[in-house]
Design a protein around this ligand. Structure first.
Ligand code: 3HC
Length: 315
């Protein structure tokens, strides 16, 4: 349909009125192509982030300090796999195929959260990933639960419930580390030093640099801007981290009485783009792991396809 045509303009007006009324747009409803393509981009990359996000912590399952921690970490990593499935399904309702999305990830074309291209060096990293990274994910995903696209919004409600457990188990471990030996306190401080800034990058580019936010906000995919969410996260986390006598790796951080905000220092967006463009500490390792998993899973996909074909044949 010609974007300049009267018919398109009328449909767009009705679409935007539905969003203004707080209605959910469902897969079979009329939607502008840009709404569809933005959602496929965002949801598929969210799904990739969940699946790649399993890797830093997954490497520690066999090295958990005790059975309880092993069971909790196993459960968390399995949750992330499930989140990836919900989100790939949500993207499929818009016409994307699983093969296209996985090809985009495995070929390096698609993005996923840059935070997962950093190594989890000690068990304290698992504590900090749970508290900070999953905490940032909850901040973002709680907003996305209000998203105008029905399947994404509903997936977020389920995912946020599980992320709540992820954050709490990480926070509990951070508190235990902070009350531990000098060595354990050092491990916690070192992990916060390494994960704080990549976590702030999870909220996206600064509003004035964001290439996607305007249309996402206009059509109710996002209801808050990247910087708004980032500031809310910083305001909540700084006092809690400082309460553990941990020093944030930001010498420019200060509390602004007028705004009531913790003003943070400059984020290194050069580092962000270096990592997003494939040159982070673990990018190659992460994609190699996903490619190996995909190859190792070929026999399962072939068996399922053969079974489906036989079932079809007998119908
Ligand atoms: N990592 C990698 N790429 C990023 C990024 C990040 N942290 N932040 C932004 N980018 C990319 C964007 O994808 C975009 O590239 P593209 O147009 O080729 O896709 C480009 O940088 C410009 O960024 P914008 O800020 O304009 O992009 P958005 O407005 O889409 O904001 C976002 C980025 C905040 C990630 C947004 O897409 C979003 O909210 N996505 C859904 C949530 C999500 O994907 N979260 C990832 C973490 S999932 C997770 O943490 C799992 C949990 O269990 C731990």
């Amino acid at each position: 349909m010609e974007q300049n045509s009267l018919a398109f303009k009328q449909k767009l007006q009705a679409f935007e009125a539905r969003i203004a009324r707080g209605e959910k747009i469902e897969p079979g409803d009329w939607m502008p192509e840009e709404y569809r393509s933005q959602l496929i981009r965002m949801i598929s990359q969210h799904a990739h982030s969940e699946i790649v996000g399993m890797l830093p912590e997954g490497a520690w399952i066999t090295r958990a300090p005790n059975l309880r921690r092993k069971m909790v970490l196993l459960s968390k990593v399995q949750d992330e796999a499930g989140h990836g499935q919900y989100l790939y399904h949500a993207a499929e309702t818009l016409g994307a195929t699983r093969e296209e999305m996985l090809d985009a990830l495995l070929s390096g074309k698609a993005k996923y959260a840059s935070v997962f291209n950093y190594p989890a060096l000690t068990w304290a990293d698992n504590a900090v990933i749970g508290w900070l990274v999953d905490g940032a994910a909850i901040k973002n995903q709680t907003m996305l639960a209000q998203c105008s696209f029905g399947p994404y919004s509903r997936a977020m409600v389920r995912i946020c419930a599980e992320e709540g457990f992820h954050m709490k188990q990480g926070k509990e471990m951070c508190i235990r580390y902070s009350q531990g030996t000098a060595r354990q306190r050092e491990m916690l401080q070192d992990a916060i030093n390494r994960w704080w800034w990549p976590t702030l990058m999870m909220f996206g580019l600064p509003d004035e640099k964001s290439t996607n936010s305007e249309v996402l906000l206009r059509w109710g995919v996002k209801t808050k801007s990247n910087d708004e969410l980032r500031q809310e996260f910083v305001d909540e986390m700084v006092p809690e981290i400082q309460a553990l006598d941990i020093v944030l790796p930001d010498p420019d951080l200060y509390f602004d009485e007028d705004s009531g905000n913790w003003i943070y220092g400059a984020i290194d967006w050069d580092e962000f783009w270096r990592v997003v463009r494939g040159n982070g500490p673990c990018n190659k390792e992460r994609l190699a792991a996903r490619r190996a998993a995909h190859e190792n899973g070929l026999w399962v996909r072939e068996a399922v396809a053969a079974y489906a074909a036989r079932q079809k044949g007998t119908q």
